[in-house]
Design a protein around this ligand. Structure first.
Ligand code: S3P
Length: 169
């Protein structure tokens, strides 16, 4: 596998994608992109404002365009918003261009982590457990999986780098 492929982290909200992605990028000396931050930068709007003022559908449209932009890059470590790779065509585009790793965690740990974090997440205002149940079978189709339950971000970053080293040889 091309060692300069992007490393793309996916998984449900609160699985540690952004924290771990930053650590991995730092350790590998690669540029880092968080897709939500990139959307905020490009649109000048917060994610919550996009949902409120333009609707989720428009947010997903912006995400789809960003997904294709990322797939055309090399060498990045990318933390995706938890819904980006739920879309089948986004998943296909990323799996074909990048090393995609899905982070997962136990439900209670997800809740503890998102409560500790101040990020406004519009989809956590609804029935997030139902959303997680609906998405689990889709996340589980991603070949590379890491269970982050009970692990520190540093330990998860080690596992991500280990997986990348394994597939890069
Ligand atoms: C979403 C996850 C969020 C953000 C948006 C929608 C989702 O990102 O993209 O609120 O659909 O799961 P995080 O996974 O970084 O919280």
């Amino acid at each position: 596998m091309d060692p300069d492929r992007n490393i793309v982290l996916t998984g449900f909200m609160g699985t540690g994608k952004s924290t771990v992605g930053r650590l991995v990028a730092e350790r590998l000396g690669r540029p880092f992109m968080d897709t939500d931050e990139e959307i905020v930068r490009r649109t000048g709007m917060q994610i919550q404002e996009i949902f409120q003022q333009q609707g989720e559908q428009n947010f997903r449209h912006i995400e789809r365009r960003l997904c294709r932009f990322i797939a055309a890059q090399r060498g990045y470590v990318v933390s995706t918003g938890g819904g980006m790779l739920i879309d089948e065509s986004n998943r296909e585009v990323m799996l074909n261009s990048s090393l995609v790793i899905c982070l997962n965690a136990a439900d209670d740990e997800i809740m503890t982590r998102v409560k500790a974090d101040k990020t406004e997440r519009p989809l956590l205002k609804g029935d997030w457990r139902a959303l997680l149940e609906k998405r689990r079978p889709i996340y589980s189709t991603i070949p590379c999986q890491i269970d982050t339950s009970g692990k520190t971000p540093e330990q998860v970053a080690d596992e991500v780098i280990g997986l990348w080293e394994t597939v890069s040889v």
